[in-house]
Design a protein around this ligand. Structure first.
Ligand code: COS
Length: 382
């Protein structure tokens, strides 16, 4: 639901202040501890952040895609690890349920998801199904009124905290590709489900990814999401939406980095002049600003199209491709503008440089976005 302008401004202002006053001061500590303070997570719940996208009737804020993107831009102005704490509840962990769930499934899980009492994860990726996500090997065999799941998922965000997984598994071994895959809502405490240790990562410390193992996990038939064989489409539609959200986060990080660069360029002097007076550095700021404005225009326009009910598979891929590559270049220029001070940890620039690297990889690599963009463009005839 689109907010009226005043409510939207209030929400954005609240999130902006929360980011500036509560999250930014904790960035370095969270990265060092590789953990989020529990009281901070409670504050995020109280603010409604876990339920941004959940329909109002289930206790969420029911934001339109445009409004969600505007909020995601604000959340991007700090370490992206914070957003990740509730990012799966807002996006890939809940949206399959919102789009394809039955009333009973929604009633059972969505209120808890909106409140942050149920943490969700999206379990698509496997050791042999990364970019080739239709190659899911996890099996779901029907046995009476249950499916029995066996297999392993990899790099699953928030798996160590999750109470509920959306799992893509192969129900039809005769159909090797996308058509044999179904989606399931799998509760964490089912016997046979185990979660590996969080991986050590390049960036976004405080956000975690783990393996998830299924060893004869019996999932009730009523927890299948959508029809048999529809799981790949569930995953792709969840990702179409998720890619827009990620684009918006990239824009927020870029805007933050540009602000940090401008502040540093005014204060730091070389050759008796502030850095801001040097045209070669001005050129870097001009490039970063232009690219971040372009990413924002593309992302917000696509969000509005999606809100209007249009299919945005191609445009969401284009936004994700451009915005994630853009923030990589902006972060690289920021290190260069800060010089030695950008390379050492003090200003947090090198941390953001590492943090943004994953945006070009998760929810579809840049190369997969190129494939999607090219296929759709060829299909549409231009
Ligand atoms: N929305 C709805 N349906 C979609 C879709 C979308 N965005 N994309 C594909 N489909 C459908 C297709 O229409 C096709 O259906 P039919 O068989 O009925 O025609 C089916 O799904 C298979 O699609 P396709 O043939 O395009 O599958 P491919 O195996 O070629 O894979 C890519 C397509 C590469 C685009 C897909 O595997 C992908 O996005 N990979 C990256 C996955 C990813 O982002 N992983 C990150 C981990 S999750 S954080």
């Amino acid at each position: 639901m689109a907010l009226d302008l005043e409510t939207r401004e209030q929400l954005i202002d609240t999130v902006r202040r929360f980011v500036a006053e509560r999250l930014r001061p904790l960035e370095a500590k969270v990265a060092e501890d590789d953990a989020m303070p529990d009281d901070l997570l409670e504050e995020m719940k109280a603010l409604g952040l876990y339920g941004l996208s959940i329909p109002e009737e289930y206790g969420g804020l029911d934001l339109s895609m445009e409004d969600e993107c505007l909020v995601a831009v604000e959340l991007g102005r700090t370490s992206p690890a914070f957003r990740s704490a509730f990012g799966t509840n807002v996006g890939i962990g809940s949206q399959g349920l919102c789009m394809f769930g039955t009333d009973a499934q929604k009633q059972k899980y969505l209120p808890g998801i909106a409140l942050g009492e149920i943490i969700t994860s999206f379990a698509l990726t496997e050791p042999e199904a990364g970019s080739d996500s239709a190659n899911v090997q996890t099996r779901a065999i029907l046995d009476g009124d249950h499916y029995v799941l066996n297999g392993a998922k990899r790099f699953i965000t928030n798996a160590n905290k999750a109470h509920l997984f959306t799992v893509m598994a192969r129900t039809d071994p005769e159909k090797p590709g996308a058509g044999g895959v179904s989606a399931f809502l799998v509760e964490r405490d089912l016997p046979g489900l185990s979660v590996g240790k969080p991986e050590k990562k390049m960036g976004q410390q405080g956000a975690h990814i783990c393996d998830v193992i299924f060893d004869n996990v019996r999932v009730p038939v009523e927890n299948r999401l959508g029809r048999e064989g529809e799981g790949f489409k569930v995953a792709m539609q969840v990702l179409d939406r998720g890619r827009l959200h990620i684009s918006a986060v990239c824009i927020g990080v870029a805007e933050r980095l540009i602000k940090d660069c401008v502040a540093y360029m005014s204060e730091r002097k070389q050759f008796g002049q502030p850095l801001s007076s040097f045209q070669l550095l001005q050129g870097m700021i001009a490039d970063s600003k232009t690219e971040s404005l372009a990413a924002k225009a593309l992302t917000m326009e696509t969000a509005r199209k999606r809100d209007a009910g249009e299919s945005v598979t191609m445009e969401a891929a284009a936004a994700k491709y451009f915005a994630s590559e853009m923030v990589g270049r902006v972060a690289d220029r920021a290190v260069q503008i800060f010089g030695g001070a950008g390379y050492v940890a003090d200003h947090g620039i090198e941390r953001l440089y590492r943090d943004v690297r994953i945006f070009r990889i998760y929810e579809g690599t840049s190369q997969i976005q190129q494939v999607v963009i090219a296929r759709e463009t060829l299909k549409r005839g231009g």
